[in-house]
Design a protein around this ligand. Structure first.
Ligand code: NCD
Length: 311
């Protein structure tokens, strides 16, 4: 069993067996993270460029840690230091990155489609670390990994609450979880719900209490205030009251339901502190698992490149 592409740009292009392969492989890398010496020589001599053209702390450090634990050499290009602000086009930047002959480019970009564009113009492996409001495949994979460690995905009831409109995490999760046989419901205010979202394989509602009823997994999403160009919401206080995840609402979920959040959280807005820190919360497990899942992705894609070169 192997991946079918040397790039990971979208969950939409993965088959269920590829998702399973990544999650199974991540199990063995999770073990590396529990050792005293958390390093394996798997990607020794490989070069990774972390190309982040949008602020990110957690995803970037998670990738960096994954690369270090696999013994790869990594360099970081971030929005501030990149020549983007000086007017260079994405194609020129891609050519310049390519000229450094990396094996991987991990890209985060504010424009949806930027990783696809790079994949068409580079000979190395491209990993999407979040493109605009489109996809964030490694986040969905680490979420699925975190859920799957507790219970099987098939038949699971997952509710995603919040700013669905601007959320690449929601999109990737809907695609991945529905592919793996879970039932996904998304919930948010009408202004933050994209039209025809059901086409991705979920059901949609504005009734938060109903959406949480009997759910096995409740995922809160951050209000992406930086992407809100007009008045989507009357006030954060009203949003918190109508859609925020609090302990009263969580009582409607299944008795053993878990609570997730991709971070960073607006405490007191989309989630209350007691739910975020409560015993059902797996929010910090998501962060830990992110490293193992990204190690698995890098490892499997490296194998794909080697196979292509040998062919
Ligand atoms: C998410 C993102 O950037 O899409 N965060 C993350 O990857 N850690 C979600 C968010 O920004 O709200």
């Amino acid at each position: 069993m192997r991946l079918r592409s040397r790039h990971l740009v979208a969950i939409a292009s993965l088959e269920p067996d590829e998702v399973e392969l990544i999650l199974d492989t991540a199990e063995s890398f999770a073990e590396v993270g529990t050792r005293e010496i958390k390093k394996v020589p798997t990607l020794r001599g490989k070069t990774v460029v972390n190309f982040f053209v949008e602020p990110s702390t957690r995803t970037r450090s998670s990738f960096e840690l994954a690369e270090k634990r696999l013994s790869a050499d990594a360099v970081n290009f971030s929005a501030n230091s990149s020549s983007f602000v000086k007017g260079e086009t994405l194609l020129d930047t891609a050519r310049n990155l390519e000229a450094m002959v990396p094996d991987f480019i991990v890209i985060r970009h504010s424009e949806a489609g930027a990783p696809h564009f790079l994949a068409r113009h580079s000979s190395c492996s491209i990993i999407n670390a979040g493109d605009g409001a489109h996809e964030h495949p490694t986040q969905a994979l680490l979420d699925a990994f975190t859920i799957r460690r507790r219970r099987p995905l098939r038949g699971l009831r997952v509710t995603i609450v919040g700013d669905i409109l601007h959320s690449r995490v929601a999109r990737s999760n809907i695609l991945l979880l529905s592919k793996m046989g879970a039932q996904v419901t998304v919930c948010g205010p009408p202004s933050l719900m994209p039209p025809r979202i059901e086409a991705l394989g979920c059901s949609a509602t504005h009734d938060v209490d109903r959406s949480i009823e009997g759910a096995d997994v409740v995922m809160a999403l951050r209000l992406q205030l930086e992407r809100m160009t007009r008045g989507y919401l009357p006030s954060l206080r009203e949003y918190a009251k109508l859609y925020g995840l609090d302990s009263r609402r969580m009582q409607r979920a299944a008795p053993d339901a878990i609570v997730m959040h991709p971070g960073p959280m607006n405490r007191g807005v989309e989630i209350t502190g007691d739910v975020a820190d409560g015993e059902r919360s797996v929010i910090l497990e998501q962060v830990t698992n992110g490293v193992a899942v990204r190690m698995a992705v890098l490892y499997l894609l490296a194998g794909e490149v080697e196979r292509e070169a040998a062919a």
